[in-house]
Design a protein around this ligand. Structure first.
Ligand SMILES: [Zn+2]
Length: 245
């Protein structure tokens, strides 16, 4: 029996399992609490990560998904470090966008310390546009897919400092955001994880201080304790000025 595909309100398309948790898990959980359906599709399995294995990373992603209350977590198994923004990869992403028909897509930053992030951000931007072109025909399980272009595409902000175009108050979800990040025990400092693998800058306990500092800085400017920031390539509009703070 075919399981009907769920329509998502928000689809997060980011390259490594843990990018969604670091960049936008507070926003995800805030919208899940509002009754929105949110899914994350990771482009790769993060197989080049210094610590952990593909298997441990998948188990960690599944635990983080449970904490965030995701409707869907999927993985496109592109090649970590070496995927390209080309026709083959764009069509792979177009199929996901047409499958889940999200109103809003969140991608990686367009420029970041890890070169995969910028390449992923560009790939998702291109795929969101291409997904709306009816002369690009795609099929899923032998069925032709309908065209679909998300009405809003936002980029999350991860490592490099980027001035956001919009900030979202995530104060009520801050502790759970930390929980979702800490689900990646092999990647970040965790009291219960010990291994003789090399330390990385994200496995140092100080990394959480930096994550907190960033969230507090974005929060300060919108009168919140903690916030996540996003950029958008196009001008953002609102119907009600009182929805802005
Ligand atoms: Zn990453």
């Amino acid at each position: 029996m075919d399981i009907p595909t769920i329509k998502l309100d928000i689809l997060v398309l980011t390259v490594h399992p843990d990018d969604a948790e670091l960049g936008c898990s507070g926003t995800i959980m805030k919208h899940v609490a509002m009754g929105k359906k949110v899914g994350v599709v990771d482009l790769t399995q993060g197989e080049l990560g210094t610590r952990g294995t593909v298997e441990s990373r998948m188990a960690e992603a599944s635990e983080a998904s449970r904490i965030m209350g995701l409707s869907v977590r999927d993985n496109l198994k592109m090649c970590d470090g070496f995927f390209r923004n080309d026709e083959q990869h764009q069509l792979q992403v177009v199929r996901e966008i047409r499958k889940y028909k999200p109103e809003i897509v969140i991608s990686n930053a367009l420029f970041d310390r890890h070169p995969d992030h910028g390449r992923s951000g560009d790939l998702i931007n291109d795929a969101c546009f291409l997904s709306g072109l009816r002369k690009i025909e795609t099929a899923l399980d032998g069925e032709a897919q309908e065209v679909h272009r998300p009405r809003l595409l936002l980029q999350s902000i991860q490592d490099y400092y980027i001035k956001p175009d919009i900030a979202i108050d995530i104060t009520d979800f801050w502790e759970r955001k930390l929980e979702a990040i800490k689900a990646y025990r092999s990647q970040f400092f965790h009291e219960d994880y010990s291994s003789d693998e090399p330390q990385t800058y994200i496995s140092n306990p100080d990394f959480f201080e930096y994550v907190k500092g960033r969230a507090m800085e974005y929060g300060k400017y919108i009168g919140a304790k903690y916030a996540e920031g996003f950029t958008c390539r196009r001008l953002l509009g609102v119907d009600d000025l009182f929805h802005l703070r």
